[in-house]
Design a protein around this ligand. Structure first.
Ligand SMILES: Nc1ncnc2c1ncn2[C@@H]1O[C@H](COP(=O)(O)OP(=O)(O)OP(=O)(O)O)[C@@H](O)[C@H]1O
Ligand SMILES: [Mg+2]
Length: 259
């Protein structure tokens, strides 16, 4: 079963800067949920609150009814949360395969002491993880790159590598921060197929994305943020037709054009 995420009255303030203000929404198990809004709306900051990278100033966030505020990113990862980043941070000198394996050690039996002993069951489990990582790369069109160093590949491919890394942890909840940014059209189509497959494997997905084609194709429901506040919640079509949403985007564009 995919995890259920509940965000309740979350606010995030940095000094006098109000990055998020009283944001609430629920993502049901097995949904693909969109988080959209203009640049600076607070989307990445909200992901950072869910994944334990930021601590909200107020409010509650639960995953399957377990409070996550106050937990570290590592603890949440062990509890089944995985994410990708708007700006992927890979180990550039390591191979693509090694990058995908980062983080999946939590699936090995035992703990760090046992792992360092190189017991047969650890070696066997590592081998199985490696094979699974290679299969994931294959399925995402990246099998050819497994042995290449990450710094030999483009930014768009780095996003695919991060996605494989996240999936290898077998998450119940997956947060994707702008997975389509910088991808050519054909690869966006492939990404849409991948995310559908992920959902079919019983993983709840939350996507931050500016590509409304992808949001419309994939999401069951969206929340629109603007200046840290929830502007509306509904289907992608309702969001695109909502005058408040149009104004939030056009207002921002007009400001950008004038700058
Ligand atoms: N650590 C921080 N300290 C101070 N301000 C921050 C911090 N993190 C985010 N902010 C501010 O929060 C606001 C929202 O930023 P955020 O990155 O969450 O927006 P976003 O919706 O993801 O935008 P984009 O679509 O451009 O990625 C911005 O004004 C940003 O400067
Ligand atoms: Mg962002």
């Amino acid at each position: 079963m995919g995890a259920r995420l509940a965000v309740r009255d979350v606010s995030l303030h940095f000094g006098g800067v109000r990055v998020l203000e009283d944001v609430s929404f629920t993502v049901e198990s097995g949904q693909i949920f969109g988080l959209v809004g203009p640049n600076g709306a607070g989307k990445t900051s909200l992901f950072n609150c869910v994944s334990g990278h930021y601590r909200p100033s107020a409010g509650s966030i639960t995953i399957d009814d377990v409070e996550v505020v106050g937990s570290s990113p590592a603890t949440l990862a062990r509890q089944g949360l995985a994410r990708t980043f708007q700006h992927p941070a890979l180990q550039l000198r390591e191979t693509v395969l090694e990058n995908v394996l980062l983080g999946a050690h939590t699936r090995l039996p035992g703990g760090p002491v046992e792992w360092s002993l190189r017991l047969p069951r650890t070696v066997r489990a590592e081998k199985a993880l490696r094979q699974e990582a290679l299969d994931l790369l294959d399925r995402n069109g990246l099998g050819w790159a497994a042995k290449m160093r990450a710094d030999e590949l483009s930014h768009g491919l780095h996003k695919g590598i991060e996605l494989c890394r996240a999936l290898l942890t077998h998450p119940g909840l997956l947060l994707l921060d702008e997975p389509a940014a910088g991808l050519p059209h054909a690869e966006v189509e492939q990404l849409i197929e991948t995310v559908r497959r992920v959902r079919d494997e019983d993983i709840t997905v939350v996507i931050v994305e500016h590509n409304m084609g992808l949001i419309s194709a994939l999401t069951d429901r969206v929340v629109v943020l603007d200046h840290g506040r929830k502007l509306m919640e509904g289907s992608a079509a309702e969001a695109q037709a909502d005058p408040r949403v149009i104004e939030a985007y056009i207002g921002k564009d007009a400001v950008d054009d004038a700058a």
